[in-house]
Design a protein around this ligand. Structure first.
Ligand SMILES: Nc1ncnc2c1ncn2[C@@H]1O[C@H](COP(=O)(O)OP(=O)(O)OP(=O)(O)O)[C@@H](O)[C@H]1O
Ligand SMILES: [Mg+2]
Length: 262
């Protein structure tokens, strides 16, 4: 069930994009995106492989040059120096020091945010790695390795968490635990933007941004997605919306302006 913390309605959006376009090596990748990400909520970023999810996340955290339009994050232009201390970012490819232990990796990122060893240990436990805290990152499985990366993003208790497919390779039990944690973080006022391929996870978001080929197909709640996509199953509903978009494209109709149902 989408949850509406009382304080969220009153606060300014955490992220605002207006006609945001990104080009990489002169190739258009994101096309005039306009959306807002509400503060204190969990927003899901969904789209087929190559649709631009990671590029959009990189733009938000300030490591991707924008081409046109504007992107405001926590009230400042994306990429502003002060934002570095209030954003946690988990990249799709885990960025972890392989020669350090699990705990030392998380302590290192924690120290950048003034966090103690105890807080690093808590973040390690939160991703289910307490038993492996002393193991070298290089000696972990793929799913364990990506969880170290997630703990590094969580440890700073950032105002905005941008997580690029944080639950890939995780078993269902751990996935549920992590989503409970994301919800608790949002309830305590943090804003989360989470990309995913898993539609069960989409159901746990307050709002969804749907991307296809660098265009925003819509921003809507999971229930509105079910309605618009014509299926109670989110996966089918999303496919329904993509099919409708393909039909529209085949018929030479323009891409509709952003549709808000959230
Ligand atoms: N450094 C780059 N150079 C050239 N093209 C790039 C680069 N990075 C991304 N692209 C292209 O931009 C498009 C969007 O890529 P992006 O990684 O943002 O997609 P994605 O939605 O995150 O996909 P996935 O679900 O596979 O992670 C793709 O066509 C990709 O090939
Ligand atoms: Mg990606």
């Amino acid at each position: 069930m989408p949850h509406t913390p009382a304080h969220a309605a009153a606060t300014a959006p955490a992220i605002e994009a207006d006609a945001l376009s990104v080009r990489i090596r002169r190739r258009p990748i994101l096309h005039e995106l306009g959306f807002t990400v509400p503060a204190g909520r969990v927003t899901g970023l969904l789209g087929p492989s190559g649709s631009g999810k990671s590029t959009l996340m990189r733009s938000i955290v300030g490591v991707q040059k924008l081409w046109r339009g504007s992107l405001t994050v926590l009230g400042r232009p994306a990429g502003s120096a002060p934002l570095r201390h209030v954003i946690g970012y988990m990249t799709q490819e885990p960025s972890v020091y392989r020669d350090l232990t699990v705990l030392d990796n998380v302590k290192y990122f924690g120290a950048l945010h003034g966090k103690s060893a105890a807080e690093a240990r808590a973040a390690v436990a939160a991703v289910g790695l307490a038993d492996l805290a002393r193991r070298r990152a290089a000696d972990l499985s793929g799913g364990q390795f990506s969880r170290v990366s997630l703990a590094c993003a969580l440890v700073g208790e950032p105002q905005l968490l941008v997580l690029d497919e944080p639950t890939v390779g995780l078993d269902p039990v751990l996935r549920v635990d992590l989503w409970d944690r994301f919800r608790a973080l949002a309830d305590s006022g943090a804003t989360l933007l989470v990309s995913s391929h898993v539609m069960e996870e989409a159901a746990r978001c307050d709002s969804l941004l749907l991307l296809r080929e660098g265009r925003l197909l819509g921003q809507l709640t999971p229930d509105a997605l079910r309605g618009r996509g014509g299926s109670s199953d989110l996966e089918q509903a999303f496919l329904g919306i993509i099919r409708a978009d393909l039909d529209r494209q085949a018929a030479g109709l323009p891409v509709p302006a952003r549709e808000h149902a959230a």
